[in-house]
Every structure is written in C-alpha cells, then in structure tokens.
Design a protein around this ligand. Sequence first.
Ligand code: URA
Length: 209
Amino acid sequence: MGNVFVLDHPLIQHKLTYIRNKNTGTKEFRELVDEVAMLMAFEITRDLPLEEVDVDTPVMNAKAKILAGKKIGLVPILRAGLGMVDGMRKLIPAAKVGHVGLYRDPETLQPVEYYIKLPSDIEERELIVIDPMLATGGSANDAIHSLKKRGAKNIRLMCLVAAPEGVEVIKKEHPDVDIYLAALDEGLDDHGYIVPGLGDAGDRLFGTK
Ligand code: URA
C-alpha cells in the first residue's frame, strides 16, 4: 500500500497558512506556492540513492557522495500544477517536465484528458505528479492511469492540500504510489472544494476568476 506523508516542516506549515488566507494576493500567493514546492522537493527527494565518488578538495582527496543518476520527471497537471514546477526545479534542475491537461466535465464530474506531452523515457524516470489540490482525486487518478498506460513504473504524487476522499481514491487505485502532502484537510464541500482548503488554486495562482 502506498504511503501518505504529510510534510509538517514548520516552514511549510507557516507558508501554507498564508497561502490559505483569502486576503493573500496573486503575487504573494504565487511566491509562497513556489517556496513551499521547493521545500516539499527537499522532503520528497529524501530517499534518492547516492553513490560514492572521489573528490579533490583544496586540502586532500576524499570520498564523497553524489546522486546515483536516478532520473526525475515532473508531471504537473494543468493548470494549477504549473505553480509548483519552478520551485521543484530550483532543487532538481535536471528534471524533465511533462504536462497533462485534464478538466472535470461539469455534468459527469469525470476527468477529460485534452493534452499530454511527456519525456520520451518516462519508464526510466521517477515521476512526480504535481496536483496542488487533491479533492475527489479524479484528475490525479486519471493522470496516473495515463502515465502507467504509457509505461511509467515509478510514480509519486505531490499535493499542497488533500481531502481524505482524494487520498482514499489514490490509495485504492494506485497502491504503489506514495503521496506527499503539505496538509490533509477535513473534506469536500458540495461544490467539490476542499475544506478549509485555499479556494481555487488555479484562479489564485493566475489571477483569474
Ligand atoms: N481544486 C481547487 O483548486 N481547489 C479545491 O478546493 C478543489 C479542487
């Protein structure tokens, strides 16, 4: 069964509180999401394998560690996922970035895939799917199914805020996927918004309404 990690680092929790605040404007919201994404990247990559190399310091030759060449792929779900990509890339600059575009059909509430573009070698990569708001889990579930269908083998899911309903869907459908959250909230309201949540992440990131 996939693990659920709530990243309760004080800096993440502090910044998330400002992100939640309805009086936080677009510019500050975007900057804070970027910072939280960077901090989350630090935690999500904690288990990446290392290998030993020789390094000549100014003082002597030493054995030291570097990443053992595990290739990372970031896959933001459009459009809110885009808000976390730059923060992640500050720490993982070599990561390739794929994109998945999904929207929720207002009638059926089912996700519809309208865009997908991925690195050609996704089966070799450790993919981090980025879906800031894991509400019903429909979009993330569908995106992960799409990636698996195209050969992805190692997938992690990164969200800013999740509802228990969404977490349950991913755990059931994708028991191999570890989930990383900044917060696990109470649930969903009648409109599918996470409560207490932070509102519509895409609108708040891009200043639309
Ligand atoms: N998507 C959002 O942006 N916010 C929610 O609360 C739920 C889904």
